[in-house]
Ligand binder design. Structure first.
Ligand code: P6P
Length: 344
């Protein structure tokens, strides 16, 4: 009879650790609980996407001109609704909304937190049953007079008080940090609870996986092209050639690389000189998590978390994952693309 493994739910873990968190008055704990509730609701719909009338496109586009899937909108509505009813969040910035959403309900008027969210990352994978995710980032208001100003919303990545993602894959996991390490929780459908399954997650210092859309190769900066060729070369001491793994979902690729070691790159291209991925609700939260797990995240030159945020939907190139691998790309970018500076 195997020993019963102690079950620690997300709620128990948050309460046990909230004392270690500054401003520990329970608001952040309740905010994380609200996000977990929405994640369970979204997960339920994703798991029956093939059966319910929730597959496919709406025929609308978001503010980035990207086709919106029914589940994109459903997930966005569920996360915003959960944050509204929880009362701990005053502003939501979402990939699916052009402007920030002000939550001015009676219970939220003294709310201290701002949440940035990509409600359904990698949604092009929905109809083909490949991994998708949700990314969230939490900031604390800096003033408490009236509604939050744009300056109060556009805080630098280093100001995040928490960040996390949900991956809807072979199992559904919630992975998050509050700046005291990274912990992963797997949804147990029989309990309806996220249970601690990956305590104190650390990304290997190096790895053999590189994740990049090589279909854009001709548009990449020379330093990225040189790094890709480096990954292809045979070299036993550095265990090359590496293995290419790319799902089209940042959350799925980063989750795999967090566990196995590896690097994910979405660089600038001639078509998108500032990259494609959004700084505020994709790159900053994932960079916070990766750094807390011992990894690194840059735009090829500069630390992602220290990039100035000047627009809700601003994009940035991103090189993120195992520290040694990110540092190798920095060498190639210095050698071949010294033109890439902070203004990118
Ligand atoms: P491409 C999904 O649309 C996303 O924002 C990330 O999750 C993913 O890594 C990337 O874009 C995929 O972009 O251009 O390779 O299809």
């Amino acid at each position: 009879m195997c020993a019963m493994k102690e079950i620690k739910t997300l709620g128990q873990f948050i309460i046990q650790n909230q004392a270690a968190f500054p401003f520990a008055k329970g608001e952040l704990s309740r905010l994380l609980r609200d996000l977990a509730i929405a994640a369970k609701i979204v997960n339920r719909e994703i798991n029956k996407a093939g059966l319910a009338e929730i597959l496919g496109e709406l025929g609308t586009v978001n503010c980035h001109g990207e086709c919106q899937k029914k589940l994109d909108i459903y997930a966005n509505e569920q996360f915003i609704a959960a944050l509204k009813s929880g009362g701990e969040c005053c502003i939501v910035v979402s990939e699916e909304n052009d402007e920030h959403v002000t939550i001015d309900s009676e219970i939220s008027k003294h709310a201290k937190y701002i949440v940035a969210i990509d409600p359904l990352d990698g949604s092009s994978n929905i109809d083909v049953n490949v991994g998708i995710g949700t990314i969230f980032s939490i900031y604390r208001r800096t003033t408490f007079t009236g509604t939050a100003s744009t300056e109060e919303i556009l805080q630098m990545g280093t100001q995040q008080v928490a960040a996390g993602y949900i991956i809807y894959g072979s199992s559904t996991m919630l992975v998050y940090t509050t700046g005291k390490g990274v912990n992963g929780f797997t949804l147990d459908p029989s309990l309806g609870e996220f249970c601690l399954s990956h305590p104190d997650m650390k990304i290997p210092e190096s790895g053999r996986i590189y994740s990049i859309n090589e279909g854009n190769y001709i548009h990449f900066p020379l330093g990225v092209k040189k790094y890709i060729k480096y990954c292809h070369e045979e070299d036993i001491p550095t265990q090359r050639p590496y293995t290419s793994r790319y799902t089209g979902c940042m959350v799925a690729d980063l989750h795999r690389n967090l566990i196995k070691g590896g690097i994910f790159i979405y660089p600038s291209t001639s078509a998108a000189p500032r990259g494609k991925l959004r700084l505020f609700y994709e790159c900053n939260p994932m960079a916070f998590i990766m750094e807390q797990a011992g990894g690194k995240a840059t735009d090829g030159v500069n630390r992602i978390l220290e990039l100035e945020v000047y627009h809700l939907h601003q994009t940035t190139p991103i090189f993120i994952g195992s520290r040694a691998m990110v540092e190798k790309t920095e060498e190639f970018m210095r050698l071949y693309d010294s033109s890439q500076t902070r203004t990118q």
